[in-house]
Write a protein that binds this ligand. Structure first.
Ligand code: SAM
Ligand code: SF4
Length: 463
């Protein structure tokens, strides 16, 4: 259908060839060259079902992630600003027909309160989301919401440095307006790339138009947006099909615009109230298949930021850090006004249920204990290293030259401003160890200088 070739993808899945270890090895060696994979090669990896080949796949995915981004994990917090929605997605708690939730659109004051609460957790990067309801929450509201977030300072004088947004598909004209607003990545998930399933899952509302949604990123990139994020909601249709389609979409964007997806998200359906497809998941993806698909996407689209949310439980999240994940949310709330209970009285019910309910502080300490650097970096976007420029650096693995020192300076800020004593100790040990591994002497010395300045009270120093 359109640039998603359903017949071809089904052919690749239906081949069901016996796993040939030699072929797997060949594909994995190609993946290690960081140039991505063809769809047919992706299908070979998706067919792996034995632990020996799986382990080779996992170690290749980790190798690739570290070659591109180093061992940092970028952190963010989602901010839901409205749960009004005129669509009826069968898997979502915000669907119009769900009368069991209280509907709320945050006022700009409330958005500021939420932002403050997020900042006090140490976050610098927000993903702003809302349902699709043009009367309640049009583009003007979104732009005012973005301005409100940037205007807030917390008790440390700190503010949000990057807002990514995940909202319904926009028109050409709306993208022309949005391109001049300070946002990072614009994200829309196709949910399912399978046309028939898409139509079943989206019975009414604007979202029921598959084509309108599929070409969202064409409109975004044609109208000057720099970075776009894509994703599929796993559980709606065969996971192998969705992975192949995500990769076909990535290749299509890369070939047409010279800009592949800045991020790929891989949410799995979780239970939501009055959302039938979330209680009776049509194609439940097992944990083992989920781990495999994360590693396969990393091998196939090496340069992309792969995002893991708190939909998944902490043990699985920790394991997935080793298979190619590069960005995570932490301390998340998906109910409107969830960060600041003091806003009071309204719905406790979120869009779906979460499985990692730890505080950001707990997640960050755990990440450090695993040897990864929690990063609050927002440098690329602020230096204009976006779109094709970002791709030029990320594809050959040059971006990690900046990722590592920026992770260290932003972690240092976090340790001084927000961390408890134990995290501070663990974090400082990690910084000391990591400094030794910075290959470029000039960058190493500059990082040491920045860290010292941060200790003396300066903030926001980056490469
Ligand atoms: N309303 C906009 C839209 O649909 O594109 C903005 C994003 S919506 C607030 C965020 C995403 O949550 C959806 O795109 C969908 O993939 C995901 N989602 C919805 N219901 C879910 C569920 N029950 N479990 C997990 N993720 C879900
Ligand atoms: Fe609305 Fe988005 Fe939920 Fe669909 S997924 S019901 S569009 S909030």
């Amino acid at each position: 259908m359109f640039f998603i070739d359903e017949n071809y993808l089904h052919q690749l899945i239906d081949k069901k060839e016996k796993v040939d270890s030699k072929r797997v090895d060949d594909v994995l060696s190609k993946a290690r060259e960081l140039k991505g994979l063809e769809l047919e090669e992706v299908a070979v990896l998706l067919n792996i079902d034995d632990s020996e080949n799986l382990n080779k796949l996992f170690s290749t995915a980790l190798f690739i992630k570290e070659e591109i981004y180093g061992n940092r994990l970028v952190l963010f917090a989602p901010l839901y600003i409205s749960n009004y929605c005129s669509n009826n997605c069968l898997y979502c708690g915000f669907r119009a027909d769900n009368k069991a939730i209280e509907r709320r659109t945050l006022s700009l004051e409330e958005i500021k309160e939420e932002t403050k609460a997020i900042l006090e957790q140490g976050h610098k990067r927000i993903l702003m989301l809302m349902g699709e309801n043009h009367k309640q929450t049009g583009l003007d509201y979104l732009i005012s919401a973005i301005d409100s977030v940037y205007s807030v300072k917390d008790s440390k004088g700190s503010s949000i440095r990057r807002i990514n947004i995940e909202i319904a598909p926009l028109t050409d004209n709306e993208f022309k307006v949005l391109r001049d607003v300070k946002i990072g990545t614009y994200t829309v998930f196709q949910e399912t790339y399978h046309y028939e399933t898409y139509n079943q899952m989206h019975p009414s509302g604007k979202k029921s138009d598959y084509e309108w949604r599929l070409f969202t990123m064409d409109r975004a990139l044609s109208n000057g947006m720099a970075d776009v994020g894509i994703g599929a909601l796993f559980g709606l249709y065969d996971y192998k099909f969705e992975v192949l389609a995500l990769i076909q979409h990535s290749k299509y964007l890369d070939e047409k615009f010279g800009i592949g997806p800045h991020t790929i998200s891989i949410p799995r359906i979780k239970p939501a109230i009055n959302a039938p497809a979330s209680q009776n998941i049509p194609h439940q993806v097992s944990d083992n298949d989920f781990k495999k698909l994360v590693a396969v996407i990393r091998c196939a689209v090496p340069y992309t930021g792969m995002i893991l949310s708190t939909r998944e439980p902490k043990e699985l999240r920790s394991e997935l850090f080793n298979y190619g994940i590069s960005q995570i949310s932490a301390g998340s709330k998906t109910n409107i006004g969830g960060y600041k209970q003091a806003l009071g009285g309204f719905s406790e019910i979120g869009q779906f249920s979460l499985n990692d309910c730890r505080t950001s502080g707990e997640v960050i300490q755990d990440v450090i204990k695993q040897g990864y650097i929690p990063s609050f970096c927002t440098a690329c976007y602020r230096l204009g290293r976006v779109g094709e420029d970002f791709m030029d650096q990320a594809k050959p693995g040059l971006i990690k030259i900046f990722c590592q020192p920026n992770a260290l300076t932003t972690l240092k800020e976090y340790l001084i401003d927000y961390a408890d004593e134990e995290t501070k100790k663990l974090g400082d040990e990690l910084i000391k160890k990591e400094l030794e591994t910075i290959p470029n002497e000039h960058i190493k010395n500059k990082t040491i200088e920045y860290l010292k300045k941060i200790e003396e009270g300066e903030r926001d120093l980056y490469f």
